[in-house]
Design a protein around this ligand. Structure first.
Ligand SMILES: Cc1ncc(COP(=O)(O)O)c(C=O)c1O
Length: 418
């Protein structure tokens, strides 16, 4: 690579993740030149600041037009619209006035508030587990849990589509990582046959974040039980969406008691920030003392805890947002399919529209962006550079008109750019 003469058409982000120059900082020069060229060509649509609530239409700064404008938003994880629910906002505002803006300490010191404790208890009750620990992010929940439970030489057995936080937790632990093909219980079985399962954990997700498909939980659980392997299930995108009580995919399949560690985030359906691990009391007690992303990081703000507590209360009495989300999801899935678009194997509110090469994604994403549609534009490192995609996040607040407009923009753009 001639770093002073980079044509962004010839490279993808993957080329810079692994770039190793003579000098440690050479990578920043190389990437800067790629980045500037990509912006000049209109490819780099990431990082345009949004200046209104993450609802169905929001305002964002457009760096190409150098002003703010309105976009149709199919990108936020605000699945149930709770981030701007009036009662949640009122509770958060009242708590903010009483407790101030932040926890201002790590949880083991003075960052643990009565509201944090209440939230942990509420999560444990909600998830029907003995105990729960609240982390300041969902990323930290996976990172802290896996990195403290696994010891060097142990084995993390991961679905190939596992989230980065799961990979990173296993890596930080110094564990050996074994990958099984997506949702493939037979491949998993072959791996489990060949390892000491007493020192291994199988990590899976309820709904896979880039494809929106559901874990094949019955088969995976059966194999894990056969070989005595423990299971970590990340329900980041399935909490409040799946299961009669919203506890996720494990509840949906009636397999909750088979899951050793249940992970969740507050950054998706809860519309807030933070994450949790739920499990038996002894496990959670150990995590509290040794999960480094918990011990060495500031705790979630009391007002965030209060908002989430309010959502749990509201949700128990009223699941109409979820009902509406499911109606919107079915509508959108069928409209996209009718339009002949490739939505992969989605079974949820996360709907990918598979584009293919990185180059094609750049072109398509810029056009739909110019037309005022904001979707996830997903390429390496989140997915392979060959299966890039637009990722639509559905919400209860989308109207039929907005969904139709979204489908029309994507279809006409893809059809005219084969
Ligand atoms: C499956 C999964 N786990 C964990 C996380 C991390 O959660 P957070 O964004 O709350 O840190 C995400 C975020 O996208 C995710 O998709």
């Amino acid at each position: 690579m001639d770093i002073n003469n980079i044509n962004s058409d010839d490279y993808s982000l993957a080329d810079f993740a692994g770039y190793k120059g003579e000098d440690l900082f050479e990578v920043k020069e190389a990437f800067w030149n790629f980045y500037q060229d990509a912006i000049a060509k209109g490819y780099m649509i990431y990082g345009n600041p949004i200046s209104s609530a993450p609802v169905a239409e929001f305002n964002a700064y457009d760096r190409f037009q150098d002003h703010e404008r309105k976009f149709l938003n199919f990108c936020s994880y605000n699945y149930l619209g709770y981030s701007f629910h009036p009662e949640v906002i009122k509770t958060v505002q009242e708590t903010l006035a009483r407790y101030g803006t932040g926890a201002v300490s790590a949880p083991l010191l003075s960052g643990y508030y009565d509201l944090t404790k209440k939230l942990e208890n509420a999560i444990a009750r909600f998830k029907d587990k003995e105990d729960a620990i609240v982390f300041s992010t969902g990323y930290g929940a996976n990172l802290g849990t896996l990195s403290c439970l696994l010891k060097p030489g142990d084995i993390a057995v991961l679905d190939i589509l596992s989230h980065a936080s799961i990979h990173d937790g296993a890596r930080l632990a110094g564990a050996e990582i074994k990958i099984f093909s997506h949702n493939n219980a037979e491949h998993l079985e072959r791996i489990l046959q060949s390892i000491n399962t007493k020192r291994a954990i199988v990590c899976i997700e309820g709904i896979y974040s880039m494809d929106g498909d559901m874990v094949n939980l019955p088969d995976i659980v059966a194999v894990c039980k056969k070989y005595g392997a423990r299971i970590l299930l990340d329900e980041a995108h399935s909490t409040l969406i799946f299961g009669e009580n919203g506890r996720g995919v494990a509840e949906h399949f009636g397999l909750e008691d088979q899951i050793d560690i249940s992970i969740g985030t507050f950054s998706k359906s809860f519309g807030a920030l933070g994450g949790f691990a739920a499990g038996d009391k002894k496990l959670i007690t150990y995590l509290r003392m040794f999960a480094r992303s918990y011990v060495f990081s500031c705790a979630i703000a009391p007002h965030t805890a209060a908002g989430i507590l309010k959502i749990i209360e509201l949700y128990q009495h009223d699941k109409s947002h979820r009902d509406q989300l499911w109606k919107n999801t079915s509508y959108m899935q069928s409209k996209l399919k009718e339009a002949g678009l490739d939505t992969g194997g989605t079974e949820s509110q996360i709907i990918p529209v598979i584009i293919g090469s990185d180059k094609k994604l750049r072109k398509i994403s810029k056009i739909i962006y110019d037309k005022g549609l904001y979707t996830g534009v997903v390429t390496y490192p989140a997915v392979s550079s060959k299966r890039t995609r637009l990722r639509l996040s559905m919400s209860s607040y989308h109207t039929q008109e907005q969904m139709d407009k979204c489908v029309a923009i994507i279809k006409e753009t893809i059809d005219s750019n084969p």
